[in-house]
Design a protein around this ligand. Structure first.
Ligand SMILES: [Zn+2]
Length: 146
């Protein structure tokens, strides 16, 4: 996960991270050029989701928390969850309605959401992701609202 300073077109650096202990996560990123900062706040469910995908924040992995359903269905923590996926054969394709729905997902989580559905479909040998597949995946993965 990276943040770009739009003004400076620079990648923001990780400044500090807080895990207050109630499951919420706060991470601060600062632009090296203009010192503008952004903070990322996640609620406990989102923190668990991020942790379960093995996303490294500030160079360290968020302490693991139980989120067994997603861990098992999304193949557990993967450090490359946010890395650019190489286009490889066997990845499911998105039909038009599914792509349209995906385009309504907020851009800062779209890549993650796209990957969750793609992994879900790939594991089940589903070649084409439709809105019906998305509905089923959301139910099975407990991702209502994504
Ligand atoms: Zn800047």
């Amino acid at each position: 996960m990276k943040f770009l300073c739009i003004e400076c077109d620079r990648q923001m650096g990780f400044a500090e991270r807080e895990l207050p202990g109630d499951g919420t996560l706060a991470a601060v990123f600062t632009c090296p050029a203009c010192s503008r900062s952004v903070a990322m706040l996640t609620n406990p469910m989102e923190t668990q989701l991020v942790a379960s995908l093995g996303v490294q924040i500030g160079g360290r992995t968020v302490p693991e928390q139980p989120f067994e359903l997603t861990r098992s269905t999304v193949e557990g923590g993967r450090a490359d969850a946010f890395a650019d996926a190489p286009a490889h054969a066997g990845r499911p394709v998105w039909d038009e309605a599914a792509r349209e729905r995906l385009s309504r997902v907020p851009s800062f989580v779209r890549g993650m959401v796209q990957r969750i559905y793609a992994d879900y479909a790939a594991e089940r040998k589903i070649a084409v992701i439709t809105t019906e597949v998305m509905d089923t995946a959301r139910r099975e993965l407990g991702l209502e609202g994504m």
